[in-house]
Design a protein around this ligand. Sequence first.
Ligand code: HEM
Length: 143
Amino acid sequence: MKILRNKAVRVAVDVTLLVGFIAEFVTREGPDYALHSWIGVVLIPLVGVHLLSNWRWVTSTFKRRTAHPEWPLARFNAAFSIVTSICILSGFPIWLEWPGGDSLSGLHTITGFISIVLALSHLWRNRSRLNALIGRTPRYSPT
Ligand code: HEM
């Protein structure tokens, strides 16, 4: 989709994701978990758009695997996605007080802290892309 390749849209989504992750960290201790949880709900479509806008790169790295120069980054990104998905998904049963939801609290806390660290590391490891997106360095090839 053309809009997903638009630089301004991609920058806006990335910045909102960063702000969202920081907001999740700041609101992690309540006292009202509604705000924390709703920010998490908003993060779900944003993560989806972020993934879609980088989908060409994702499929290209996973097709070529070790033959692709960025295979280690692709593996790191996959691990980040899995940990963050577990964190977001485990938040719902706790928030909505589903039976047994309480037992996911430890899992949610651990994956939450790891997600924040991985999000910052993800940003750092993709800094050349970010610089290219905001026009500080020449275009890079996405594949
Ligand atoms: C990437 C997204 C998220 C991150 C990084 C995150 C992080 C955290 C962390 C670190 C805590 C533990 C606070 C502490 O005890 O120090 C926490 C608690 C909590 N989170 Fe999240 N969270 C995220 C998404 C969500 C979502 C989507 C929901 C609900 C739909 C949610 C609901 C809750 C609830 C109800 C608690 C308090 C209950 C407990 O764990 O004991 N969180 N979150």
